[in-house]
Design a protein around this ligand. Structure first.
Ligand SMILES: Cc1ncc(COP(=O)(O)O)c(C=O)c1O
Length: 409
């Protein structure tokens, strides 16, 4: 991978901060956008902007073509047969809310069980709490080994015939563990449960094949994979989507409206009420084309190199505690950690003063932090445009954090 060439595609990486180009290590929160994506959005807005699926004029038609055409690229990206199964949302959060509301709340009843993991992002946790509260279902957790972050084998037995939904992230945004979800999906299906896979932290980094995974729903966000904010994807198996209530009601999602009743449109329009984010769809198409051109093998190779270097460097710094496995082969693009006696926000501020952007807080995974006995952590997350030089710079300044705070070891 030619990092220099790639970085030229990202104007924001040239932004100066602390007297040098910014070191952006908050990619798990949101990624930066390359020129081909910015240009595609500009082109759409200057040449093709209209309201899709409404009107017969040239701009309405070009907007419809841009919107519908992008779905073909998304369909190929996750390897699905039909674009009908691809619903655009605002982000992963909205995709998960759609499943929880339109499937969970209508298909579950008192006594049913929902199984999630303790490592879930709030988007895949609070949503299921609400389903449980509304339906009387029971919310069960699969816990993780506190050292390695791997699921506790014995907890997998919680997936039994009473379980109707199993929902989990393919990659945790805190633990960053890469694991094969297929045995879990198979187990859930054998129990008769529907599987919801949160792909927010996996889709930007690896090839996703929803047919091979055989998950029932898959959710991800464009902004974490080089597209604009405000565009997300929900994939669902056609049979399940057909059997679900619409999420939002209004224009574009109807077949026929009478005074007292309505027939809803076919998929995917049934779940896409109101004027859609065509600009976002255009950016997502451009982002997928861009990532495909670089190639996911190359992307993973570069990220693995950076994560290995980061972990090995952090292991040499006293008082740094890495969260979850320290095996770089098992980490997908991010390393969460704490620094003894230093509040994570202070770590972030010290690093920010020299132009390094990391994330701190509970990363929308408060139950996981509580379970691990910490209130917050720091997270450095990498993408293919980061360099080894940036990792060295990060390590150099991480080493100074405790002395800046007045500790002399
Ligand atoms: C694992 C996981 N799930 C869901 C989300 C929510 O994504 P969004 O904020 O794009 O809806 C995130 C965001 O960081 C995440 O990391």
């Amino acid at each position: 991978m030619n990092s220099e060439l790639i970085r030229n595609d990202f104007p924001i990486l040239k932004k100066e901060c602390g007297g040098r180009p910014i070191v952006y290590l908050d990619n798990a929160a949101t990624s930066q956008k390359p020129l081909p994506v910015l240009e595609a959005v500009y082109e759409y807005n200057t040449q093709g902007n209209g309201n899709p699926h409404r009107g017969a004029h040239v701009l309405a038609i070009s907007a419809s073509e841009a919107y519908d055409g992008s779905k073909e690229i998304v369909r190929r990206f996750i390897n699905k047969r039909s674009p009908k199964e691809i619903i655009y949302t605002r982000n992963t959060t909205e995709s998960l809310n759609l499943i929880a509301r339109s499937y969970g709340e209508t298909h579950l009843k008192k006594g049913d069980h929902i199984v999630i993991t303790i490592a879930e992002h709030h988007a895949n946790l609070v949503t299921w709490q609400r389903v449980a509260q509304k339906t009387g279902a029971v919310l069960d957790y699969i816990y993780v080994d506190k050292k390695t972050g791997h699921f506790l084998e014995k907890d997998l037995e919680k997936i039994n015939k009473n379980v109707k939904i199993v929902a989990f992230a393919q990659v945790s945004n805190v633990l960053g563990i890469e694991f094969d979800p297929r045995p879990l999906i198979q187990r859930a299906h054998e129990a008769g449960a529907v599987v919801v896979l949160d792909g927010a932290q996996s889709a930007p980094h690896r090839r996703v094949d929803v047919q091979e995974l055989d998950c029932d729903f898959f959710a991800f966000s464009g902004h974490k994979m080089c597209a604009s904010g405000g565009i997300g994807v929900l994939y669902g198996k056609e049979q399940l989507l057909d059997d679900m209530e619409p999420f939002n009601l209004g224009g574009d999602m109807i077949e026929e409206v009478r005074e007292q009743s309505t027939d809803f449109a076919e998929l995917p329009a049934k779940f896409e009420a109101g004027t859609q984010n065509v600009e976002g769809a255009v950016s997502l198409e451009a982002a997928i084309r861009y990532l495909n051109e670089i190639g996911f093998d190359e992307i993973q190779k570069q990220e693995r190199k950076l994560v290995t270097q980061a972990i090995q460097g952090m292991q040499q710094i006293p008082h740094i505690r890495i969260i979850g496995t320290e095996n770089p082969e098992e980490k997908e693009g991010l390393v969460s950690f704490t620094v003894d006696d230093v509040h994570p926000h202070d770590v972030a501020e010290i690093l920010s003063a020299v132009g390094i952007c990391i994330r701190t807080g509970h990363h929308c995974a408060q139950p996981l932090h509580t379970y691990l006995g910490i209130y917050a952590s720091c997270r450095a997350s990498f993408y293919f445009y980061n360099t080894e030089e940036e990792v060295q710079y990060f390590l150099k300044h991480l080493r100074t954090v405790r002395s800046v705070m007045g500790y002399d070891d």
